[in-house]
Design a protein around this ligand. Structure first.
Ligand SMILES: Cc1cc2nc3c(=O)[nH]c(=O)nc-3n(C[C@H](O)[C@H](O)[C@H](O)COP(=O)(O)O)c2cc1C
Length: 147
């Protein structure tokens, strides 16, 4: 399937995570593009894709970073026709751990979307990529079973 990962990164961790996801999804035969709202603009062409992944880190006491904040404020796309999944990054030393994931999930619901699998939350830098790869396996199964 054609998949777009829309993401935000400030210090590169989310970028790294998207590359791990892209590699694993490609292994499963999907065609995957990455779109950084920070570096490639806040209006990606979503309609070219069947599956959309949204991911962002948490900053400023539980907020989305600026680029993703602007993206979700501007994007009025009805997401009901897409397969959607969400992932968030954070660090559990902060009181509002991984709030970006909650904010993105809530936004997907507001846009009439529904997440195909439970949201992934990543604590700190993922030295162990197996939880990310396992989440991709779960996503691939959901996509292939049509859920
Ligand atoms: C100034 C600052 C504020 C942060 N605030 C939060 C927070 O409120 N909640 C959280 O879970 N993580 C917080 N984090 C952790 C980042 O979300 C985490 O390091 C993430 O992996 C960074 O992703 P990036 O490298 O893609 O920018 C904060 C990090 C920094 C440097």
């Amino acid at each position: 399937m054609k998949i777009l990962i829309v993401y935000e990164t400030l210090t590169g961790t989310t970028q790294y995570v998207t590359e791990v996801m892209q590699a694993k999804l490609t292994e499963f035969g999907h065609q995957v593009d990455l779109h950084s709202v920070r570096y490639q603009g806040q209006q990606p062409e979503l309609s070219n894709y069947q599956v959309l992944l949204f991911g962002a880190p948490t900053y400023e006491d539980g907020k989305l970073e600026q680029g993703m904040r602007v993206f979700i404020a501007k994007c009025k796309e009805n997401l009901s026709g897409y397969k959607v999944a969400v992932f968030g990054l954070g660090n559990s030393t902060y009181p509002l751990f991984c709030k970006s994931a909650d904010i993105l999930e809530e936004w997907v619901t507001q846009q009439q979307g529904r997440v195909a699998i439970p949201t992934l939350r990543i604590d700190g830098f993922p030295d162990d990529i197996s939880p990310i790869e396992n989440w991709i396996v779960q996503l691939d199964q959901a996509l292939k079973s049509g859920s």
